[in-house]
Design a binder for this molecule. Structure first.
Ligand code: FES
Length: 271
């Protein structure tokens, strides 16, 4: 359900469920997610159910939560649908939630995180059903000869690498990647300005500045990257060629730590 359509009738229970998936790129996965959200909405005690994505796809988890907050839900349950679920998922999600609450300010609903699918006692029965159902599926046809396919050499001059190494992952890099990809899509960054391509990367080096992003061709490092930082990097660096000093870190030859940044109440804030 689009964010704008959340009902706020005072008679509805103020409890919402948000299905959390990794990413979606086409209409069919969105239809799947909507069907699952409809199933969740029919469960007892659930006043509203929606879906969201931690990586590319809209709404992002942050957008879904902000919409529920604006609709004054008091209780939100996040239901992760990923398999396998990484051990640090709850930790980085909790950290990101706290950051969003600080950045958005105001009252927030109580947010709880449900266990992952892998821990459900119903999973063996579901797997058994899938295995039996696969017996009637036709085998994948074999191709005798694979015709070579051609590729275009990309014309884009800019590259953004989003670090997915351990420390960056623990700092919520998935969410930063998802926000960048959504902005790339919304602002058509591939064909705007110099053209921008984006990619995930292994460790980029300055792990203590997590989450880290590097922008080429300059090779500028950005640390402590948030969704707001991505918006600035897009507008100022990718589209205008101006480095965003507030989040940039230069190779000084000395060890660096994240600089405190002013929070919404004007005090310095080290996140
Ligand atoms: S893990 Fe991201 S910079 Fe090392």
């Amino acid at each position: 359900m689009p964010i704008a359509e959340i009902e706020t009738a005072s008679s509805q229970p103020k409890r919402a469920v948000v299905l959390v998936a990794k990413s979606a790129f086409a209409a069919a996965p969105y239809r799947q997610m909507q069907r699952l959200a409809d199933l969740a909405a029919a469960l007892p005690g659930v006043g509203h159910a929606s879906f969201s994505f931690t990586e590319q796809g809209t709404p992002s988890l942050r957008e879904a939560l902000v919409a529920l907050r604006q609709a004054e839900f008091s209780d939100v349950l996040l239901l992760p649908l990923m398999l396998p679920i990484e051990p640090s998922f709850t930790a980085w999600l909790t950290k990101s939630l706290r950051r969003w609450q600080a950045e958005e300010g105001g009252a927030w609903p109580n947010v709880r995180i449900a266990q992952g699918l892998a821990d459900s006692p119903l999973l063996p029965a579901l797997m058994a059903e899938l295995v039996v159902g696969a017996d009637v599926a036709a085998p994948v046809p074999r191709l005798e000869k694979l015709a070579p396919e051609g590729s275009l050499v990309p014309a884009q001059k800019r590259r953004v690498l989003v670090c997915q190494g351990g420390p960056c992952n623990a700092a919520g890099a998935d969410l930063i990647w998802g926000h960048l990809r959504n902005q790339q899509d919304r602002q058509k960054l591939r064909v705007t300005g110099d053209g921008t391509m984006t990619a995930k990367s292994t460790c980029l080096g300055p792990c203590n500045l997590a989450p880290v992003v590097q922008v080429f061709p300059e090779g500028t490092y950005y640390g402590g990257v948030t969704e707001a930082a991505i918006d600035l990097i897009v507008t100022e660096h990718l589209l205008s060629g101006v480095v965003v000093d507030e989040f940039a870190y230069q190779p000084t030859g000395r060890k660096q730590v994240l600089r405190p940044r002013p929070s919404s109440d004007g005090k310095s804030d080290q996140r």
